[in-house]
Design a protein around this ligand. Structure first.
Ligand code: IPD
Length: 272
């Protein structure tokens, strides 16, 4: 059995697995996409590639670190070998941005994070179409292509480009659109790019100034959330709540307070 893993070792494993998985997603996209099922609503699709990629991730981790636990978007919680009660849990979104993937938009990613005793210590997000890759280790910074990330230097919310996303449930989308309608006059502009994990990485590198979204699942947030935090962003919910299903705000310290207050005013964590 492998011994207690360091964040470095876990990141090496994560990167190796994510690269192979992203390659599988890209190759499968080139041969056409099969929608095999819907999940929470009729617009929440699952493709054959989502399942194949998650299966490949679980198999690779099982070979490299037998006994580690896995939480995946498509197959839920499981174990890669005998249940050793190991401390490491991998959190995987095989294709974040499934709707982009379905439409052939080159903006989807494999998101893979390693958690030790409930704390995310390593994470990678890899865009399957472009090969862009963001990584972070707890306490070790966030990187893209060898460049350390530090978020946006913007300090004025009125000048900020803010990314967000919408859930699949129509009632939730309506609420989210209302929040956005309230916010849009207070910021430079908004972006809805379609892959939460990449949104968090773009905020980490300052390609957008901030990001928020209600309704994220652990696999959307785990790797990108670490990458954003390690880039110096504050990543949290409203009123000191941890980031999670109710709301995730990821912003540089100077923007976090003003954005938080606008989002609280518009009840961004409320609604269905
Ligand atoms: C979705 C995307 C989208 C976000 C949704 C997520 P999926 O993940 O990240 O940008 O707005 O909240 O569910 O379904 O493509 O893995």
């Amino acid at each position: 059995m492998p011994g207690a893993p360091s964040p470095d070792e876990l990141l090496d494993t994560a990167v190796e697995v994510a690269r192979r998985a992203a390659d599988t997603a890209r190759r499968m996209r080139a041969t056409g996409v099969d929608t095999v099922a819907t999940k929470s609503t009729v617009t929440d699709v699952v493709t054959a590639a989502d399942r194949a990629v998650e299966r490949e991730v679980v198999e690779m981790i099982g070979r490299m670190r037998p006994g580690d636990r896995v939480l995946g978007e498509e197959f839920g919680a499981g174990n890669t070998g005998d249940d050793t009660g190991g401390a490491v849990r991998w959190i995987v979104d095989p294709i974040d941005g499934t709707v982009n993937y379905l439409y052939g938009l080159p903006h989807y990613a494999v998101s893979l994070a390693a958690e030790v005793d409930g704390v995310v210590v390593a994470g990678v997000v890899r865009n399957g179409a472009t090969g862009d890759e963001w990584t972070a280790r707890l306490g070790g910074g966030a990187y893209r292509a060898g460049r350390r990330l530090a978020g946006s230097p913007e300090t004025d919310l009125g000048q900020a480009l803010v990314a967000t996303g919408f859930g699949y449930d129509p009632a939730r989308r309506r609420h989210q659109a209302g929040v956005l309608a309230g916010l849009i006059a207070d910021v430079r502009d908004v972006r809805r790019l379609g892959a939460a994990a990449i949104d968090l990485c773009l905020a980490a590198e300052g390609a957008v100034d901030a990001y928020f979204e209600k309704g994220l699942n652990p696999w959307d947030l785990a790797a990108g959330g670490l990458i954003a935090r390690e880039a110096g962003l504050l990543v949290a919910g409203l009123h000191g709540a941890p980031p999670g299903h109710d709301l995730v705000i990821a912003a540089p310290p100077a923007l976090f307070g003003p954005l938080h207050d606008r989002l609280a005013h518009h009840d961004a964590a409320g609604g269905p």
